[in-house]
Ligand binder design. Structure first.
Ligand code: BES
Ligand code: MN
Ligand code: MN
Length: 456
């Protein structure tokens, strides 16, 4: 629409400056040293929502970081879109690998470099600016509610409670989220699903204290060696996961669905080159697209124990640890999988060590129905600004709250992400393309327009 185009062209620089200001607030949810900044960030989001024209804007306290809520109800008889996003970010470390400060955004080669630029400040803020565009040009076609949380990166534990307590306030027809990626700006895509997650920590204890590795080594089991063996045994020679019952509830896709999934453009050589690996790895019998979308996986996120400082120290450590997560697909239940993991890990421990398994957070997988009106509206919106239909793909990441939107509020979710897999999410030098940012702001109003029209 021309009025949108004009408004966005006139305000282009301000749209960017405002995002950069948000990126300067280090809202790291995992680290309590940033609690004050995280709260400040929530206040900033509140102010920006108010300036854009949202009403009843509130920073809602939770047992953890606050949730920012705001809305614009133009006519209760019109459809309502609930926009979800998160203003919290992952820790920035390792700091020395950043080319510029993680909270001092820099624009280079058409990208905004900063922690949270793509995940998710740059993406949720597109919705604030798209809303402003529609609101200030008096073209809002439906009601909008915003719920921007501060604990997504740490498992959204308090958001579930907020949903239960605010069912009336959050009443809507669909949830819209930009917190995923596209294949590329040339090959726009929409995620039709997210994987679930089960996150565990294990502690393996050998002798009751650290020992001299020359005096005792060879006579006492080294917990680091045992842990390495136990972890290695979690995949078999075909890279299938060996936990009994792990695959019992995994939905298998029809040959037709698998074919459609694999029709998405994917350049294996380019992929390997980008990652600096000579060969790919994964579950036998599945393509890379399938391994990262429709199949469950198990990854070691961290492993430590013994001496890891400068130089050398000859020691047989008393303890070794690992953080292990599993990505889940329909219909795996994350509580059940966590239990299966714990049981198996305890069962495979030799008598020479003791094992303690702790469960961290988790979440259920989600699949978007592609025949839903809202999905069609998203497809049409992308076509309106990219000039081609988006390719449906399965996202490999997790947004645990999405399954709860369905369970608690009965709402389907549309994952209209504008990031790229190469945006370095959770990694040093996170970036978000300026073009992705502006394209998102341009596309989102069309979603609201088409969703309102097609819901009639
Ligand atoms: N935005 C991501 C999820 C994502 C990224 C989905 C890319 C699809 C493609 C989200 O912020 C995230 O990082 N989620 C975590 C889970 C959470 C419980 C910490 C994840 O996927 O590891
Ligand atoms: Mn995110
Ligand atoms: Mn994230």
């Amino acid at each position: 629409m021309q009025v949108w185009k004009d408004y966005q062209a006139e305000n282009k620089d301000r749209f960017l400056d405002e995002l950069l200001a948000l990126l300067r607030i280090p809202s790291v949810s995992a680290d309590s040293r940033y609690n004050e900044d995280t709260r400040k960030c929530a206040e900033a989001v509140k102010q920006r929502l108010q300036e854009a024209g949202a009403e009843n804007v509130e920073v809602c306290a939770t047992a953890g970081h606050p949730i920012v809520y705001g809305e614009k109800i133009i006519d209760p008889s019109l459809p309502t879109v609930l926009v979800y996003g998160h203003y919290d970010v992952q820790p920035a470390d390792p700091l020395d690998l950043w080319h510029s400060g993680p909270f001092e955004p820099v624009i280079k080669d058409g990208n905004i470099y900063a922690r949270g630029s793509a995940d998710d400040k740059g993406q949720f803020y597109m919705h604030v600016k798209a809303f402003e565009t529609m609101n200030k040009t008096n073209t809002l076609p439906c009601n909008i509610k915003f719920m921007i949380e501060g604990e997504e990166e740490v498992g959204s534990a308090n958001l579930g409670i907020f949903l239960k307590d605010n069912k009336e306030r959050l009443k809507a027809d669909v949830v819209l989220i930009s917190d995923t990626s596209m294949i590329s700006l040339e090959n726009p895509s929409i995620d039709t699903g997210l994987r679930g997650l089960s996150y565990m920590e294990v502690e393996v204890t050998g002798p009751n204290r650290d020992l001299h590795s020359g005096v005792y080594g060879g006579a006492v089991a080294n917990p680091a060696t045992i842990l390495a063996k136990m972890i290695a045994s979690l995949h078999d020679e075909n890279n299938h996961i060996t936990i009994p019952g792990f695959y019992d509830k995994v939905q298998t896709l029809s040959d037709e669905d698998r074919k459609a999934l694999n029709a998405a453009p994917f350049d294996e050589e380019e992929y390997k080159k980008d990652l600096g690996v000579d060969e790919l790895w994964g579950e036998k019998g599945y393509t890379t697209i399938e391994r990262t979308g429709i199949r469950p996986t198990l990854e070691v996120n961290g492993i430590w124990g013994g001496y890891t400082g400068e130089g050398s120290k000859t020691v047989l450590p008393s303890k070794a640890y690992a953080k292990i997560s599993m990505r889940l697909v329909p219909d795996q239940d994350w509580h059940e999988i966590s239990d299966l993991f714990a049981k198996h890990f305890e069962a495979i421990a030799p008598k020479s060590v003791k094992v303690k398994v702790t469960k961290h957070h988790g979440g259920s997988p989600y699949v978007t129905p592609t025949d839903a009106v809202a999905f069609k509206a998203a497809q049409k919106a992308i076509n309106a600004t990219f000039g081609k239909d988006p390719i449906p793909v399965r996202g490999g990441g997790s947004i645990p709250i999405v399954a709860l939107f369905e369970k608690e509020l009965g709402l389907k979710t549309i994952l209209m992400g504008f990031g790229l897999d190469s945006d370095n999410l959770h990694s040093p030098n996170e970036k978000y393309g300026l073009e992705n940012y502006y394209k998102g702001i341009e596309t989102i109003p069309y979603f609201h327009q088409y969703f309102a029209e097609m819901s009639k």
